[in-house]
Design a protein around this ligand. Structure first.
Ligand code: ATP
Length: 134
């Protein structure tokens, strides 16, 4: 099976690099599966799970938006934050989820709902990756 090199990079540095058979992400336009030799493209990403399909297993990376750049032999994901399943502190994500839920339920004028919603999405996304859900 052919493979394509995939790198996930954040402002803090590289997070993941591997040769994979397919990369599956959720772009703003919907789910996107990238195989080796894919035509060049750039797409914005949502907060979501990136699935790296290898011959015998699939590895998951949580990303909080960013951009996907595809070249025939290389896929690059530039994300504000990204973590592999092993890097995620599930307890921290659970606490972040609870904080965000409390803010969203508070019905106070000084709550920035958009910010709390995004925080909740990031936390749920991280928990999904630790539970192998996508
Ligand atoms: P928190 O409120 O727990 O900080 P957050 O969603 O506000 O969560 P971010 O601003 O998205 O956090 O990320 C800040 C940094 O912390 C990034 O480097 C990110 O990779 C890392 N990070 C955030 N949550 C976790 C987690 N649960 N486990 C491991 N690293 C995390």
């Amino acid at each position: 099976m052919k493979t394509v090199k995939v790198s996930v990079v954040t402002p803090d540095g590289p997070v993941y690099e591997a040769d994979v058979e397919m990369v599956v992400t959720r772009a703003q336009s919907g789910e996107l599966g990238i195989l080796p030799g894919h035509i060049p493209m750039v797409a914005p990403l949502q907060i979501g799970v990136v699935r790296m399909k290898k011959a015998t297993n699939t590895e998951l990376v949580a990303v909080s938006g960013g951009f996907l750049e595809v070249r025939p032999d290389q896929v690059t994901i530039l994300a504000q934050t990204a973590e592999t399943a092993e890097q995620i502190d599930a307890r921290r994500a659970e606490e972040a989820k609870q904080r965000a839920e409390q803010r969203l339920q508070a019905k106070q004028d000084d709550v920035d709902f958009r910010r709390a919603e995004l925080s909740l999405k990031r936390a749920i996304n991280r928990l999904n990756v630790t539970q192998n859900k996508y």
